[in-house]
Design a protein around this ligand. Sequence first.
Ligand SMILES: NC(=O)c1ccc[n+]([C@@H]2O[C@H](COP(=O)([O-])OP(=O)(O)OC[C@H]3O[C@@H](n4cnc5c(N)ncnc54)[C@H](OP(=O)(O)O)[C@@H]3O)[C@@H](O)[C@H]2O)c1
Length: 269
Amino acid sequence: MAFTPSVGVIGCGSLGTAILQGLLSAKEPKVRPSKILASVTSEASAAKLREALPSVEVHKGENEVVAACDIVILACPPNLMSDVLGGLDKVLQGKLLISVLAGVSTESIKKVAGGAWVVRSLPNLAAAQQASATAVEDFDQDMPAEKVDLATAVIEQFGGVVLLPASIMDASTVVCGSTPAFIALFLDGLIDGAVAAGVPRNKANAMIAQVMGSTTALLGEQKASELRESVCAMPGCTIQGSIALEEGGVRGTAAKTMKMAIEAAKKLG
Ligand SMILES: NC(=O)c1ccc[n+]([C@@H]2O[C@H](COP(=O)([O-])OP(=O)(O)OC[C@H]3O[C@@H](n4cnc5c(N)ncnc54)[C@H](OP(=O)(O)O)[C@@H]3O)[C@@H](O)[C@H]2O)c1
């Protein structure tokens, strides 16, 4: 039987909208929200949200959203967490509060909303296609089993879940949240190279997108280093391309990208 909670999103911008799109368009949903409410601050964002998700009740403040919902998804800018949750502790009492804020620890959320059952998660924008890679912090050991089951069902409805200890959640923010942008930047370069060799841009884009799916399938079977070696097995074009990548310092640059982004993630909250 499906869960039928009322769901509220506080700060329903890009990620909040993607999560709701994923929740609402799942083919075999374990969670069928009885109703969905969302808050934004500006009229422009409210209009955009109403157009994207007509079934969602849009509000300009969080009080009504939190009061009406069993589950609250917190998706406002991370630096506003205390302002947004301040004063809501009573109404959040006993509710499930799923945070998607980058760089904000569970501990700091509990200081402001100690009465809620807090779940820290880091999804990405592919939530809209139920394809998020979501890092979820190990659940509070005292959290009732039904809350754990409900939170798990909600988060799994918009993608895959990896459970992790609190100590590596900032790193996972970048690994799960930022990596699509890093990969897209790299792919943009590959597409430019294909265009320079005469491939029409739209065809290059379509092929590279398909190849990403192929790479994902192969990575289910082997490590990244093994995949690279197996495709580079013969003397030919792939090894030549790989040498060019190594000359450009791609591996060190990729590692440094992660390292710097993780340092920045630690300062977000
Ligand atoms: N985008 C990602 O890929 C990603 C990945 C992982 C985690 N996150 C986290 O998800 C959160 C949202 O990111 P986003 O990319 O969706 O940002 P966004 O598009 O800017 O959305 C932020 C939302 O918060 C609302 N907001 C601003 N001030 C508010 C306030 N005082 N009270 C309530 N709502 C307020 C904004 O409404 P108005 O537009 O009306 O001001 C907007 O709807 C951030 O904490 C971020 O760290 C994002």
